[in-house]
Design a protein around this ligand. Structure first.
Ligand SMILES: NC(=O)c1ccc[n+]([C@@H]2O[C@H](COP(=O)([O-])OP(=O)(O)OC[C@H]3O[C@@H](n4cnc5c(N)ncnc54)[C@H](O)[C@@H]3O)[C@@H](O)[C@H]2O)c1
Length: 245
């Protein structure tokens, strides 16, 4: 047990087989939540679920029918769903002129349409349970631009905007919706990235997935007066650069 019990929390996590989603699943399960890990990496997801006492289910976030089936399974297993961590995502390198239309659509489909499908499928279940919380993973790339990441930046700004629209639409159902904005975090997604990327941040290092998981836990369990808001966990990256003249 790492903190207060989360025994009332019944959460679906997308992209939960590894990285930030896995760290969140681990922490929430350790604190008593009922956790359904979902991903397209079945072996890793199922192994982690066995280890932490969660359920694993395959869910490609771009597939509406798989969303319906996952929600039905979670409601049956847990007796309801109170939370969603819309975390699955992919990174794609390419400037506006280098990114192909196919790659652009694929990134938008997973990172943004996947979040939309999660909202529209899981929100009614959370409403049936009497209310709850949805955390959508954006990025610092949803707060500013980055060169060479045209599709990714577009998708993450979309997640930030969709979060605000959903927070307003779902407020009458007692559902809070917030966006999460990590800076560089050490996960399989960033395995090839050089540590120097973080060198001029106020906190000059990559973050750990577990640090993000603790913020996710806060958003589900403690942030009872926040909705539509942006929660940044970036070592100060969007504040500015620490430069020595
Ligand atoms: N690591 C970072 O520095 C960082 C920074 C900002 C935002 N993020 C965001 O955090 C989230 C998690 O990233 P991570 O760093 O843990 O990356 P990761 O690559 O380790 O994990 C992402 C997971 O999403 C899954 N996934 C990919 N496509 C999917 C699909 N179509 N359906 C279901 N699952 C799918 C992958 O299989 C993987 O398990 C992503 O949305 C990412 O954009 C990461």
């Amino acid at each position: 047990m790492n903190g207060t019990s989360l025994s009332g929390l019944k959460v679906i996590i997308t992209g939960g087989a590894r990285g930030i989603g896995a760290a969140a699943g681990r922490l929430l399960a350790a604190d008593g939540a009922r956790v359904m890990l979902t991903d397209v990496l079945d072996e890793e997801g199922a192994a982690l679920a066995r280890e932490i006492g969660a359920i694993y289910r395959r869910l490609d976030v771009t597939d509406a029918a798989q969303w319906d089936a996952a929600v039905a399974a979670a409601e049956e297993a847990f007796g309801g769903v109170t939370a969603l961590f819309n975390n699955a995502g992919v990174l794609h390198f390419g400037s506006v002129t280098e990114c192909t239309p196919e790659d652009y659509r694929r990134v938008i489909d997973i990172n943004l349409t996947g979040v939309f499908l999660g909202l529209r499928t899981v929100a009614p279940a959370i409403a049936r349970a009497g209310g709850g919380t949805i955390v959508n993973t954006s990025s610092t790339a949803g707060l500013q631009g980055y060169g060479g990441l045209a599709a990714y930046v577009s998708s993450k700004w979309g997640v930030r905007g969709l979060t605000k629209a959903a927070a307003l639409d779902l407020a009458p159902d007692g559902i809070r919706v917030v966006s999460l904005h990590p800076g560089p975090i050490r996960t399989p997604m960033t395995a090839e990235m050089d540590e120097s990327i973080a060198a001029t941040q106020p906190i000059p290092r990559f973050g750990e997935a577990d640090e993000v998981a603790r913020m996710v836990r806060f958003l589900f369990a403690e942030a009872s007066y926040s909705t539509g808001s942006e929660f940044i966990i970036d070592g100060g990256a969007v504040t500015g650069q620490v430069l020595q003249f």
